[in-house]
Design a protein around this ligand. Structure first.
Ligand code: GDP
Ligand code: IMO
Ligand code: MG
Length: 421
């Protein structure tokens, strides 16, 4: 019987999940998002064209794939509609290819305002949210006030929308945050209407029945493990479980039906927004990673903070996710580097630790191991054997430290720029 394989980010997001899911989709019948929402920006590059997906699973461009937005996801109908229009402008009709869980929660225009108000009130201590309304929507979900996709079909939908909206108005007045949702609200209701052309499903039945029929499923994570609500660098995290466990609650599959867990990491680290980042570089090397790696947010355009690969955080993520296979992205960005560093421990107040701490203080000092750069263009390599020795040694070190094989190595943004071992 088939299982749900998982692709998820092991760092602070933007590891390259979209690209890898697009590459792996031909091996699967169903691609499913299980958490997060339009805070995600997953880039796909093929046929000389680039796409950024926020809510729609990254399997959408492959023929015959079924794409599910699971119950764990939060949806802004306006952003979803823009995305669908951009996809269909390519000449595809995705009406039958996209299934949406009735139990996924809706991001209301006022959720976006609450996100902005909360961030503004935090001042310097802000999370650096993408301002898509993610936190307030998940708060209403756990607070048992939320509106779900299935509610769209209820005669009481408008009434329930208005009740929640006025509750939010009350909260916004406490923040003394000026806002105007008039225009967005009109677009929102039009987009809600447009959503009705898609099939609303109980994803738990759909997913389990596909598995019963031996159809393999790939679950596509959003964000990364270090942004997980429980295990990330709280409070500088997102509001969902970004890890393997989130697949179970976000789709309705039992842990026994989860198969391979593929963890993605960049050969260096990036982070957008605030919060701890022990290996962050504030020098010319950090700038070099940002410019060669084009490290600017796919959703917000913000410059990403850049630094060396952090094995303390990576090993932690491998552990909490039960990763079986690693996927390494963007090593090509460091093709010209003389020396490449990997943090293998942290020194905190004189004590060396390999365990990711409860809180990362400002004075955490990474302990580095240095590797000679491979100084060769690896973007054209398609077989593992053809990689330079220095690069293979670097990979072997990561495998030894994490106890996980690196099975896929991405050497450029395009769908074709990949080495599968
Ligand atoms: P995601 O959120 O995990 O899907 O990642 P993003 O799409 O936000 O960010 C990854 C960025 O790196 C995108 O611009 C990709 O096109 C690009 N990318 C993906 N893989 C590679 C790679 O192996 N090398 C290079 N140079 N760029 C890559
Ligand atoms: P993908 O799926 C990188 C970050 C934000 C902020 C924090 C909370 O493309 O990897 P939120 O809007 O969720 O309340 O923001 O999380 N963040 C991401 N960073 N990639 C993402 O998604 C992210 N989604 C949220 O920058 O620091
Ligand atoms: Mg992204």
């Amino acid at each position: 019987m088939s299982k749900v394989d998982v692709v998820l980010g092991l760092q602070w997001g933007d590891e390259g999940k979209g690209k890898v899911v697009d590459v792996l989709t031909p091996n699967y019948k169903v691609i499913a998002r299980f958490q997060g929402g339009p805070n995600a920006g997953h880039s796909l590059v093929f046929d000389g064209d680039g796409f950024v997906l926020h809510t729609v699973p990254s399997g959408i461009f492959r023929p015959d794939s079924v794409n599910i937005i699971g119950n764990g996801v939060v949806i802004d109908p306006v952003i979803l509609q823009d995305e669908i229009e951009a996809i269909e402008a390519k000449g595809m009709d995705i009406t039958g290819k996209l299934l949406i869980s009735k139990k996924a929660h809706l991001i209301l225009p006022t959720h976006r305002m609450l996100d902005a108000a909360s961030e503004s009130a935090k001042g310097k201590g802000k999370i650096g949210s993408t301002l898509k309304g993610i936190g307030p929507t998940y708060m209403d979900k756990t607070g048992r006030n939320g509106l779900r996709v299935g509610d769209i079909l209820s005669p009481a939908f408008i009434q329930r929308y208005e009740a929640l909206k006025y509750k939010h108005f009350g909260l916004l007045s406490q923040y003394k945050f000026p806002f105007d949702i008039t225009e967005y609200e009109i677009k929102w209701f039009q987009a809600v209407e447009n959503m009705k052309r898609f099939t609303f499903i109980d994803s738990e039945f759909t997913v389990n029945r596909y598995l019963d029929a031996d159809a393999p499923i790939l679950a596509e994570g959003a964000q990364g493990s270090m942004l997980d609500i429980d295990f990330g660098t709280y409070p500088f995290v997102t509001s969902s479980n970004t890890m393997t466990a989130g697949v179970c609650t976000g789709l309705g599959v039992a842990p026994s039906r989860v198969g391979k867990v593929m963890g993605i990491f960049k050969a260096y680290c990036t982070r957008v927004g605030s919060g701890p980042f022990p290996t962050e570089l504030f020098d010319a090397t950090g700038e070099r990673l940002r410019s060669i790696g084009r490290e600017y947010g796919a959703t917000t355009g913000r410059p990403r903070r850049c630094g060396w690969l952090d094995l303390v955080a990576l090993k932690y993520a491998v552990m909490v996710n039960g990763v079986n296979e690693l996927i390494m992205m963007k090593a090509d960005v460091m093709n010209d580097f003389d020396t490449i560093r990997i943090a293998t421990a942290y020194k905190i107040d004189g004590t060396v630790t390999q365990d990711f701490p409860f809180e990362c203080p400002d004075n955490v000092e990474p302990v580095y191991t240095d590797f000679p750069g491979w100084k060769e263009d690896i973007t054209k390599v398609r077989r593992y054997e053809d990689f330079p020795e220095a690069f293979k040694n670097y990979i072997a070190f990561i495998e030894k430290e994490t106890g996980c094989p690196v099975k896929i190595i991405s050497v450029g943004p395009d769908r074709s720029e990949i080495v599968i071992r």
